[in-house]
Write a protein that binds this ligand. Structure first.
Ligand SMILES: [Zn+2]
Length: 410
C-alpha cells in the first residue's frame, strides 16, 4: 500500500548557547579599601555575590568584623563574610571555648556566614610547646562542633600543590611561583641555588619549619572530616588535591559532609583528560562550587596566585573569562587562568548546562542556607572508621630522583 506520509522536513539545527547565571564566587579575599574595584569587577564579570574568606578573626576587636560587614552593606549585601579563628594561645586550656564563642558572635551578632581555615593549620600554627598543630588535632574540636551547630560551612585549606614538596630547582614545574617565593617550598634547596636569592629571602628559606608530608596532611584533613560528620566542610582548591581526581572522588564518597571549591586549580585538575574531568564534575555536580581565589584591595590584586609581576585591573576580566572558557567550551590547548602556576595549557571540560548552573550558583546558595545545612547534617550518620583511607601518591618525579645524590639543604 502506498504511503501518503511525507518525508519529515529536517528542523534547522539550533545550537542554544549556554546562558550563564549571575555567578557566586565562593573563594575571594576582599578588603573594605578595595570597594570601588570590587564593585567594578563584579559588574564587569557577571559576579552577583562574593564569599570573602578574609572576614577576619576579630582579634583586634569587633571593628574588623564591622568593616567586613560594612563592605557587604555598601555592595547591597552581596558579600558573604567568613571569619577566621584567632590562633593566638592555640593549645592552651580554654582556646576552643574562646574561639567557639567568638565564632558564634561573628555569626549571630555580625551576620557572618562561614568559617575559613587557612593552610597554616598543619603548616604554620604552633601550640604552646611550639609544635605544629595538625588539621585533625582534637584541641580544635569545639570549633568544628560550633560550626556544625550554627549550620555554617567551614572552608578549609590544607597542604599546598604536591610540587611544593619536591626539590626546588628550575626543573620544578612550579618554578615560576616558587622561584619568586622560595620560602613557599617545603622541599630541599641546593646551597648554590639558595645563594642566588637576596639575603632576607635566604633567611626566610632557612627558617622554614619542618612540615609533614603532602600525603600525611591530606590524610589528617580527611580524619577531621570523618570525625565531624555534622559539620559541613568545603575543601578549597579542588579538595586540596587537583593532582588526583580519584583521591578527591574517594574523599567525597566517604564523607557526605564535604564539598569542594575549584579555586586556583584549573591549571592543576585541567591537566587530566577532559573526559575524565567532565565525568568528575557530572558525578559530583551537587558538591562543587565555583571559586577563583581573587584578592582585591585598594592597591593590590591577586589572581589565583602571585608571581613576579603585579596584575592590573585590565587582567581581571580575562582571568574570569579563562575560567568560563575552560568550563563551558571544548577548546583544546587553551591557557589556564593563572599561568604563573605552570607553563602548560589545558583542554577545556565542556560541562553540561545543568552542571554549570549548580557549580556557578545553586550549590553555593545551598551552602549559605543555614537551615538547609542543619537539616542535611541531622540526617548524616558518623562515617565508619573501619574503611581504610587510601594514601595519596606522592612519589617524587624522575628528575628529582636522579638528583638525589647531590648535596641538598632543607
Ligand atoms: Zn584563598
Amino acid at each position: 500500500m502506498a504511503s501518503c506520509r511525507r518525508e519529515p522536513v529536517a528542523a534547522p539545527v539550533v545550537v542554544q548557547p549556554y546562558k550563564r547565571p549571575p555567578i557566586i564566587d565562593f573563594h575571594s579575599h576582599l578588603s573594605l579599601d578595595g570597594l570601588d574595584r570590587i564593585r567594578t569587577i563584579m559588574a564587569d564579570s557577571g559576579i552577583e555575590r562574593m564569599i570573602n574568606l578574609s572576614g577576619g578573626s576579630g582579634r583586634r576587636g569587633p571593628e574588623q568584623w564591622q568593616a567586613a560587614q560594612e563592605l557587604s552593606r555598601l555592595l547591597g549585601g552581596k558579600i558573604s563574610n567568613f571569619a577566621i579563628p584567632n590562633w593566638r594561645g592555640l593549645g592552651e586550656t580554654g582556646w576552643g571555648d574562646r574561639e567557639a564563642a567568638a565564632l558564634e558572635m561573628a555569626v549571630k551578632d555580625y551576620g557572618f556566614q562561614g568559617l575559613k581555615i587557612p593552610k597554616g593549620l598543619g603548616l604554620g600554627y604552633a601550640d604552646e610547646r611550639d609544635q605544629l598543630v595538625a588539621p585533625d588535632d582534637p584541641r580544635l574540636n569545639l570549633l568544628w562542633d560550633k560550626a556544625g551547630e550554627l549550620g555554617i560551612p567551614v572552608s578549609i585549606h590544607v597542604a599546598d600543590p604536591r610540587a611544593f614538596w619536591w626539590p626546588l630547582s628550575e626543573k620544578n614545574e612550579r618554578w615560576d611561583e616558587l622561584g619568586v617565593h622560595p620560602y613557599w617550598a617545603y622541599g630541599p634547596i641546593h646551597p648554590q641555588l639558595l645563594a642566588t636569592f637576596a639575603p632576607q629571602v635566604q633567611e626566610m628559606v632557612m627558617q622554614r619549619p619542618t612540615v609533614a608530608s603532602w600525603a600525611t596532611l591530606l590524610q589528617q584533613s580527611e580524619n577531621l572530616f570523618r570525625h565531624h560528620p555534622k559539620t559541613t566542610f568545603v575543601a578549597v582548591h579542588f579538595g586540596n588535591c587537583g593532582e588526583d581526581l580519584n583521591y578527591v572522588s574517594g574523599v567525597l564518597e566517604r564523607n557526605p559532609n564535604v564539598y569542594i571549591d575549584m579555586a586556583a586549580r584549573v591549571g592543576e585538575f585541567g591537566r587530566h583528560p577532559p573526559d575524565k574531568v567532565r565525568a568528575f564534575f557530572v558525578r559530583w555536580q551537587d558538591r562543587i562550587v565555583f571559586g577563583t581565589d581573587i584578592g582585591i584591595g585598594s592597591d593590590g590584586l591577586m589572581l589565583g596566585s602571585n608571581g613576579a609581576e603585579e596584575p592590573t585591573m585590565k587582567d581581571v576580566k580575562p582571568f574570569y573569562d579563562a575560567h568560563f572558557r575552560y568550563l563551558e567550551t571544548e577548546q583544546k590547548a587553551i591557557a589556564h587562568p593563572s599561568p604563573i602556576q605552570g607553563r602548560w595549557t589545558v583542554d577545556a571540560a565542556g560541562l553540561p548546562g545543568e552542571v554549570l548552573d549548580k557549580l556557578y550558583r545553586k550549590n553555593a546558595e545551598k551552602l549559605l542556607n543555614r537551615q538547609l545545612l542543619l537539616a542535611e547534617a541531622a540526617g548524616r550518620k558518623p562515617a565508619s572508621l573501619t574503611v581504610p583511607l587510601p594514601l595519596a601518591d606522592d612519589r617524587l618525579p624522575a628528575w628529582a630522583l636522579s638528583g638525589a645524590a647531590t648535596p641538598i639543604t632543607n
